[in-house]
Every structure is written in C-alpha cells, then in structure tokens.
Ligand binder design. Structure first.
Ligand SMILES: Cc1ncc(COP(=O)(O)O)c(C=O)c1O
Length: 401
C-alpha cells in the first residue's frame, strides 16, 4: 500500500476520532497486552459472524497455523497426511500446511469466481486426506454446500481461510461459521485494518480452549479469559495462578496487543457501513468499466452469497498484456497488485516441481489477473479517475494498432 496521498491505493485505514480515543485509553491504562479492548473486540467480532468464540492473535497466518495444529492434535493425524487447498491463494495458506508437517494437495479453481472448484475436489481425496481449506478470495464466500457435503462424505475437517473476507454471507450464514475453524486477517489493506492481526474462530468450546492455549505458548487452557482470576475462593485463585505457568502443549507466542484491538474495536462499529461502501464502489467500477468487457473480465457475484470486495479483481483477456496495462495504471498513480501468484513461487517450484501445467485455471488467473482498490476511503473522483485511465489505455492501444 503506497503512503503518498496522491496514490489511489488498494487499501486504506480510517483513523477515526474514536480510534484515537481508544488508543490513548490504552496508553493511559498502561495495560498493553491482552486486556479489555481485546476482550471486547473478540466478543463483537464473534457476534457479528454468528460465532461463539473468536480469539484475537497477531496475524491471519498465525490463526491458520494454530487452527491446523489444533485439528492435527485433536484428531491425531500423522505427519505427511494430506490437506486440500486451492491452487490460487496467498502463500500463507500453503505454508501453514507445510509448517504443520502435513502435505498440501492443490485443487484447481473456478474461472469466474477464482476460488476452489468443488467439482475438482473428490478425485484428489485419498486415504490420507484429513482436511480441506476453502479460501474466500477477496470478499467472496466459496460455494460452501458442495464442499461441506464432500467433507461429510469423506470425514474431512474444514478450516475456512477467510483472511480476505470479513462479514460476508453464503445462503444467509456467515463466513467463518461453516467449518471447524474460520480464520481472518486484519492486516493492512484488508477490510478491517489493525496493522497486524487475525482471528481464530470456532463454535467448538474444546477447540477454542486448545487454540487459545496454542496462541499463548501452550499454556494450560484453564486460563483463557482475563476475568479468570476474578474469583472469590482463595483456593480456586491459587489453582488458576498455578496453572498460568503450566504448559501443556508446544505452543506459540502469537498474541496481539491492546493497540491493535483498540483500532479494531473502533472500526468494527463501522464495519457494516464499510462493507456497504465497498459494494457500492465495486458496482460503480463495474458500471464505468463494463464497456471494456471485450478486453477485461470482471468479478462475478454468486447469487447465494454477499460479496464484500476486499479488492476489485480484473482479468485481462487474450491479446491484452497485463504487465503493460498495470504499468500504465501505476505510472498514473493507480496502485495495483497481481492476483495471488502461488504455483510459480520459487519456493514451491523447489519443493513440488512444475505445478503450473497441472492447474491451468489457477495458472491463467495468476498470469492474467490483478486488482485495484475499492475500499471506503476512495472518493467518487478517485473511482472516476480509475475508470477514465482504463479507457485512456484501451483508446491509446487502438490508436497504436
Ligand atoms: C488468503 C489469505 N490467507 C492468509 C493470509 C495471511 O494473513 P496475514 O497477512 O494476516 O498473516 C492472507 C493475507 O493477506 C491472505 O490473503
């Protein structure tokens, strides 16, 4: 994300008066690790997503890492067991599988919606398949019904990677509430921004306790709430204090601070408005660019889902050079990002060899796709500028021919 004001960026952070007040309250309280702001942020985030437990941690990657670790431990999987993952996602979704000593098995994606193609899943399931990680790309919930039926049929656990998708619904049900775990990110340029941050969410009390423990060095799960030591009985208090330094797992130090929570809590109050504005901006861009459909493919909305547009993805059609177009936009101060190049990463090439020839749709999208912003910080003038510069590019291209 460019910091210069003149850039039309892919993301933004709204620092309201409320956010400043909350951050100052943290400073005055001198309680900067887990405290009342994190506690309220977790409760409000869980409620908004119809979930029982939301554990705030330091990133979406940490959330995914802990969720998979918890399932591996709970269901006694072996090293090398397989986890299904889309062939188009951010590297973190795959890295956490490798870091848990499990094997990622890639599934090609849908050419219109850019997410896991349910029709490609079953043929990849083996005796060693344990879980599936559908990734809700850029604000759009995956087609969850067929994924859930396959998971049930083959006894697979589900972790939703919802790092790019907050407050979206599929058939009326919130993202993050379909699987054993739903993981979210509040990193810069996401929908709700706290700098770094993430949520591990679940409806299962046992998994919630385990995840909270893993985030906290594997500390004994009895100490999972800041109010746990507000007890009247001295005996109970001693037992809690004792357990606080009792470690039952090889855990991580993935805690976030009160500063991130304060920023998040201030924004969560405006989250519905934030998403509404994103949807309006996406509709405006779509309308303004729709006459360029012979050159560009635009995002589709599933009729059974609410898209929350973390960004506005665009795929160039055959004959259009993505690099040339992106360069033209960047030169005119419109920030872009390539659409999640995964299979071509040197690290995966060195581990798995050539993946690109096996996943044609993901390969095509990651070579032809990019995105621009559609966040609430964009003005009508910014959106008009984006639309105008796209038209300028295709007009100058026609002239060059
Ligand atoms: C699909 C996806 N998964 C996981 C992550 C990781 O989140 P974080 O950057 O908070 O670790 C991201 C981050 O952008 C993402 O896009």
């Amino acid at each position: 994300m460019k910091t210069k004001d003149k850039y039309i960026g892919v993301g933004d952070i709204a620092v309201s008066q409320l956010a400043k007040k909350y951050v100052n309250q943290v400073l005055s309280s001198r309680r900067i690790t887990y405290g009342p702001f994190a506690d309220s942020f977790e409760k409000e985030f869980a409620k908004l997503h119809d979930l029982k437990y939301a554990i705030f941690c330091n990133s979406g990657t940490s959330a995914l890492q802990v969720a998979l670790h918890a399932l591996k431990r709970e269901y006694k999987w072996n090293d090398g067991d397989e986890v299904l993952v889309p062939a188009l996602t951010f590297v973190a979704t795959v890295n956490i599988i490798i870091q848990n000593n499990l094997t990622p098995i890639f599934i090609d994606v849908d050419p219109d919606f850019f997410d896991i193609d349910p029709t490609m899943i079953e043929k990849k399931i083996t005796k060693r398949t344990r879980a599936i990680i559908p990734v809700h790309i850029g604000g759009l919930p995956c087609d969850m019904d067929p994924i859930i039926s396959l998971a049930r049929k083959h006894s697979l656990r589900i972790i939703e990677d919802s790092c790019e998708t907050i407050l979206a619904r599929y058939k009326g049900k919130s993202v993050g509430s379909f699987g054993d775990f739903g993981c979210f990110s509040t990193y810069a340029a996401h929908t709700l921004v706290t700098g770094v941050g993430g949520f591990i969410c679940t409806n299962d009390p046992k998994l919630a306790t385990l995840a909270k423990s893993l985030v906290n060095h594997g500390r004994d799960g009895i100490y999972i709430s800041i109010d746990d030591d507000n007890v009247s009985s001295k005996k109970k208090l001693f037992s809690i204090v004792d357990k606080r330094f009792n470690f039952v797992d090889v855990g991580y130090s993935y805690r976030a601070t009160e500063f991130e929570a304060a920023l998040g809590l201030a924004q969560i109050r405006e989250l519905k408005e934030n998403v509404k504005k994103r949807r309006e901006n996406a509709a405006y861009l779509f309308k303004g660019l729709s006459d360029l459909q012979e050159f560009l493919q635009f995002p589709k909305e599933r009729k059974e889902a609410i898209h929350t547009y973390m960004f506005f993805p665009i795929i160039v059609r055959d004959g259009v050079s993505r690099e040339d177009l992106v360069y033209f936009l960047e030169e005119r101060k419109i920030e872009t990002r390539f659409l999640l190049p995964l299979l071509s990463q040197p690290v995966y090439r060195s581990i798995f060899g050539d993946l690109e020839s096996k996943y044609p749709v993901a390969t095509h999208l990651s070579h032809s796709g990019f995105y621009v912003g559609c966040h609430p910080g964009l003005t009508k003038k910014n959106l008009d500028t984006i639309i105008h510069i796209f038209h300028q590019y295709f007009t100058s291209r026609k002239k060059r021919k």
